[in-house]
Design a binder for this molecule. Structure first.
Ligand SMILES: [Ca+2]
Length: 240
């Protein structure tokens, strides 16, 4: 009788143990830890890393403009515990991640703020004389993260244009927080060559431009209202 009770006790303990082990096995993943968000100036993107966890099928990366992750937008769902955000911008520099498996999704990790600089990496380029020289690659977007900051900031970008090339130059409306952004283009002697106009999905653009003369040209970008600040993405797409 005594040994039978012992057996039942041991067996019950065993069942309870199996129950707890299987519960943790079939659970949603734990909250990802050690999230870091570091701006990579050379590559112009934000590098996100966090602690890898077993039993995770994928992660969810969120970005927002404040430290409340409930307001964040899902931007990526990588399989591994890192993500490079090339679409970062100056006002959405807060990040959080979640882990996911087939049993569910974890809560948000802690929110971290990326050390994205306020001034774009092309500064100082406030006038035609100090325009920064870039070399756009044919048929590539050649996109540049830029900002009008502080108020009154002017951005000048210089590039070499060939007569056997066409150029689409634009600031996409979806990636611009500057109201009434303006773009003008000058030749190397400071003569006005083109004025950008908004059309389609662009905040402002110089569409299918072909230079009469090969040489250096300078784009000048500013806010119509000099009190405005914001970010934008400039594209220069050369084609043959
Ligand atoms: Ca700037």
């Amino acid at each position: 009788m005594h040994s039978r009770i012992s057996f039942i006790l041991v067996f019950s303990c065993f069942l309870v143990l199996i129950f707890f082990v299987s519960c943790s096995f079939f659970e949603k993943p734990e909250v990802p830890g050690d999230l870091t968000a570091v701006y990579n100036e050379e590559g112009d993107y934000v590098e996100l890393h966090w602690e890898d966890a077993t039993g995770v099928s994928q992660y969810e990366v969120y970005r927002g403009d404040n430290d409340d992750p409930e307001t964040f937008e899902l931007i990526a769902d990588p399989d591994e515990a890192w993500y490079d955000d090339f679409d970062y911008n100056y006002f959405e520099r807060y990040y959080a991640v979640k882990a996911e498996n087939k049993f569910g999704t974890s809560d948000f990790s802690e929110v971290v703020e990326a050390n994205v600089p306020d001034h774009d990496k092309y500064e100082p380029n406030n006038d035609l004389a100090s325009a920064l020289l870039v070399t756009p690659v044919d048929d590539e977007p050649n996109d540049m993260h830029m900002s009008i900051m502080p108020a009154g900031d002017i951005d000048c970008i210089k590039f070499y244009a060939y007569t056997n090339h066409g150029y689409n130059i634009f600031i996409s409306a979806a990636q611009c927080s500057v109201t009434n952004i303006q773009m003008t283009m000058y030749d190397e002697n400071g003569n006005l060559v083109e004025t950008g106009i908004p059309e389609g999905d662009s905040a402002v653009q110089i569409f299918e431009w072909q230079p009469d003369q090969a040489g250096y040209y300078i784009l000048k970008i500013q806010a119509a209202n000099t009190a405005d600040i914001g970010y934008y993405m400039l594209y220069i797409i050369p084609w043959v």
